[in-house]
Write a protein that binds this ligand. Structure first.
Ligand code: GTP
Length: 215
């Protein structure tokens, strides 16, 4: 058995991320969350506001997601302090609409604007936000084209995918994994004040560059 050589090594192999699932009523927020946690689709979900914890391995790194699933009511009243609290708490966002419900799609578009004006992402082209068109199995009742949602995601620097919580566990898993990747990227680009070591490193980098430039 191989033991980690230090706490630092163990820590660098761990990642914690807070994810908020938002969207209008009955788009399948709980269904997606429960699918990820249990691999099951149980059909009916209560109106319970909860933060669930879920761990899995990504690239040999133990990743723990804290997923905040809530009924839609507060998500739309974007002025509330709860909304503000959720946005500040979250490292990443799953914004859900139903492909059969245009109003739910319009509300995702508003949510993106509000989140982006509340959070200051350095890498705005790769915001840790995934736009999720759920209920793909109901394609015969579709009112939102995939192309529209893809365009919205492209224009706002979000990721996009269509899934069916009812029919497919794998695509739901991939959606959450994709978001974890974006969160990692966003964390790396967050500006942190430089400590003494950081300043020394930056200065060495500048001098090293000067030395190479002069050849
Ligand atoms: N056909 C189909 N039905 C789904 C899918 N996902 C969820 N549903 C159904 O849609 C209804 C609402 O699902 P929920 O997961 O409770 O939706 P929600 O967004 O959490 O709803 P609120 O908590 O009320 O905001 C339920 O009857 C689910 O069975 C899906 O992918 N396909």
């Amino acid at each position: 058995m191989r033991l980690s050589s230090s706490t630092h090594t163990a820590d660098s192999l761990k990642m914690d991320a807070n994810i908020v699932v938002m969207g209008t009523e009955s788009v399948g927020k709980s269904a997606l969350t429960v699918r990820l946690l249990t691999r099951r689709f149980i059909g009916e979900y209560g109106d319970i506001e909860s933060i669930y914890s879920h761990s899995f391995m990504v690239d040999e790194r133990r990743t723990t997601l804290n997923i905040w699933d809530s009924p839609c009511s507060e998500d739309l009243s974007v002025e509330t302090s709860l909304f503000e609290k959720k946005v500040q708490w979250a490292d990443g966002f799953v914004l859900v609409y139903s492909i059969c419900d245009r109003a739910s799609f319009n509300s995702v578009s508003r949510l993106i604007q509000t989140i982006k004006s509340t959070k200051d992402y350095l890498n705005a082209d790769k915001a840790p936000i995934v736009v999720v068109g759920n209920k793909r199995d109901l394609h015969h009742r579709r009112t939102v084209l995939s192309e529209e949602a893809r365009l919205l995601a492209l224009n706002t620097g979000c990721h996009f995918c269509e899934v069916s919580a009812a029919e497919n566990y794998h695509s739901v898993l991939m959606m959450f994994h994709g978001l974890v990747g974006r969160i990692k990227g966003a964390k790396l680009t967050t500006k942190r004040p430089l400590g003494f070591k950081g300043i020394v490193k930056s200065m060495s980098a500048v001098f090293a560059r000067r030395r190479t430039d002069s050849f």
